[in-house]
Design a protein around this ligand. Structure first.
Ligand code: ZN
Length: 173
């Protein structure tokens, strides 16, 4: 009887944490406790949904040349969403002119971005990507304006802009 009670308890705990294996699978360092569930769509399946250049940036971690996206100059109110899965990543209120030629923000939408350290340059940099589809967006640096001092340096081609008066598209993927 005692053994049955013990087994019951194990089952009860397993039922309470059905998402635990998914969390353990994710080798990323999260920016915050993320309410977004990664969709784990194979990268190659995004090829038909985004432009070839956007694919290189989002899923092969390429970097666009400065000034190559119109979003550098986008100054309307609205939301910047992931060009692949349409998850909102940045609000226009936190965009600023960094004079780098890349769209820059002082902070992302909490929980919608995940980060990892990359060593593509000699020094380590903090790479960040969409928390939902994993699409690479840019790098975050610590030379941004106060109060947070962060500069989220984004590839414009990895984003789409939705003006405030338009409805956000349904997430895809
Ligand atoms: Zn995405």
């Amino acid at each position: 009887m005692k053994r049955r009670t013990f087994l019951f308890k194990i089952l009860a705990v397993a039922t309470m944490f059905p998402l635990m294996p998914a969390c353990l699978r994710t080798p990323m360092v999260s920016e915050a406790a993320s309410p977004i569930s990664p969709i784990n769509k194979p990268h190659k399946e995004w090829r038909e949904l985004v432009s070839p250049r956007a694919y290189q940036i989002l899923f092969e971690e390429a970097t666009e040349r400065p000034e190559s996206s119109n979003l550098v100059y986008e100054d309307r109110e609205g939301t910047f969403i992931c060009a692949a899965c349409y998850l909102p990543l940045f609000e226009s209120a936190f965009k600023y002119e960094s004079w780098t030629g890349w769209p820059s923000f002082t902070q992302p939408i909490a929980g919608h971005i995940a980060t990892k350290i990359d060593f593509k340059m000699i020094w380590p940099r903090t790479e960040y990507h969409c928390a939902r589809c994993g699409g690479h967006q840019g790098h975050v640096f610590t030379d941004g304006p106060p109060p947070r001092g962060e500069r989220w340096c984004n590839n414009g081609i990895a984003l789409s802009f939705v003006p405030k008066e338009e409805q956000l598209p349904t997430l895809r993927g």
